[in-house]
Design a protein around this ligand. Structure first.
Ligand code: NDP
Length: 337
């Protein structure tokens, strides 16, 4: 198996020199295990956190360890009755071409029901994050305005579309004209804005004449600064991610904006609630899979994938994810499907 290991903890943007590629023999299977060949590796923003030893909700990857990540794999050998050779499964085998796993830690996928890659995107963890965060915390009502950034990504695109299915008006924010066009033309957002445009603040004001009832926070930074100024009384802010900060090495320059923000939390009776999606798995995983599969099948929720070829290109693609060079759910095609 070929593996990508974390060699040193990156400072700022992860560098090639922070990683090493190794090749090893795979161990013999013991009872209950399967040998998995990676077809797709999911690249997700949370991986930047795993590269760091700063205190977090999950343990970091140890120095010298194989980078973690969700994968879609083919079973190539099996010593478990649960999985047969040829099965396609969802697993968590990380940045490597082959891996041994406990069959109980895999979920069988049905390629007839949906393309298997969707188990890492719209029908997987990112889609679930959108569903749970929006419906449990955001709770959009008919006619309300929902704003989300990173809106062509797997989380944001699902947030905007689910908001519309609930009768809300969706305002999507993305970087660059091509993504902005996709927001209205492909994903059906009511309004699309470019956060890189010099007129972004004015555009946002024009797009939210009645203010903002739900701001689904994916990015932080200047976008959050602008949107939180437009929140309405009793607005909800599910805090899902702060990707603008993930490579940051120091606090942003400028005045301290926390007092102004806290004053809005108080006077507007805001609900600002962070979450890690796994919190909602016990209660919402089943309704999510049922509802979202239906929406995707009927074309009510569309998705876009950005597939990069080869494990060798994973790190460069991951660097791009944190600055918006991806366009849709970022996947590495590691082997043939
Ligand atoms: P995306 O595919 O949307 O990729 C991240 C996107 O963030 C980039 O494509 C870019 O889009 C945008 N971005 C990067 N920097 C900035 C910036 N400075 N300002 C504005 N936008 C920026 O990723 P996902 O859909 O997988 O994840 C979206 C968010 O959800 C992330 O913050 C992630 O950490 C979080 N998340 C949280 C989970 C949880 O349990 N809490 C679970 C899963 C994801 P553009 O070019 O449009 O700017």
């Amino acid at each position: 198996t070929t593996q990508i290991r974390l060699t040193t903890r990156p400072v700022g943007e992860p560098a090639d020199s922070d990683f090493t590629t190794t090749t090893e023999e795979v161990p013999e299977l013991t009872e209950g295990q399967v040998l998995l060949r990676t077809v797709y590796l999911s690249l997700d923003p949370y991986m930047r956190g795993r590269m760091s030893d700063a205190k977090s909700y999950a343990e970091p990857v140890p120095v010298g360890g194989v980078m973690v990540g969700a994968t879609v794999c083919e079973v190539v050998e099996s010593r478990s009755e649960r999985r047969a050779v040829g099965d396609l499964v969802l697993a968590y085998t990380g940045w490597q071409t082959l891996a041994v796993a406990d069959a109980r830690h895999t979920r069988r996928l049905d390629p007839e029901a949906a393309p298997v890659s969707t188990a890492l995107g719209v029908l997987g963890m990112p889609g679930f994050t959108a569903y749970a965060g929006l419906l449990e915390i955001g709770r959009p009502k008919e006619g309300e305005t929902v704003v989300v950034a990173a809106a062509t990504g797997p989380v944001g695109s699902a947030v905007g579309q689910i908001a519309q299915l609930k009768g809300a008006r969706s305002v999507g924010i993305a970087g660059g004209p091509e993504k902005v066009r996709a927001l209205t033309e492909e994903f059906g957002f009511d309004v699309a804005l470019d956060h890189r445009s010099p007129t972004f603040r004015d555009d946002l004001a024009a797009a939210t004449p009645d203010g903002v009832d739900v701001y689904f926070e994916n990015v932080g930074g200047p976008v959050a600064e602008a949107v939180t100024r437009r929140l309405n009384l009793y607005a909800r802010v599910p805090v899902c991610g702060l990707v603008a900060n993930y490579n940051a090495t120091e606090a942003p320059e400028g005045p301290d904006r926390l007092p102004g923000f806290m004053s809005r939390v108080l006077t507007l009776s805001l609900t600002v609630r962070g979450f890690i999606q796994s919190e909602f798995e016990p209660t919402l995983q089943e309704p999510f899979l049922r509802e979202m599969s239906g929406w995707v099948r009927d074309g009510q929720v569309r998705y876009r994938e950005d597939v990069v070829e080869g494990l060798d290109n994973a790190l460069e693609a991951f660097r791009g994810l944190l600055v918006g060079r991806n366009f849709g759910k970022l996947l590495v095609q590691v082997g043939d499907d």
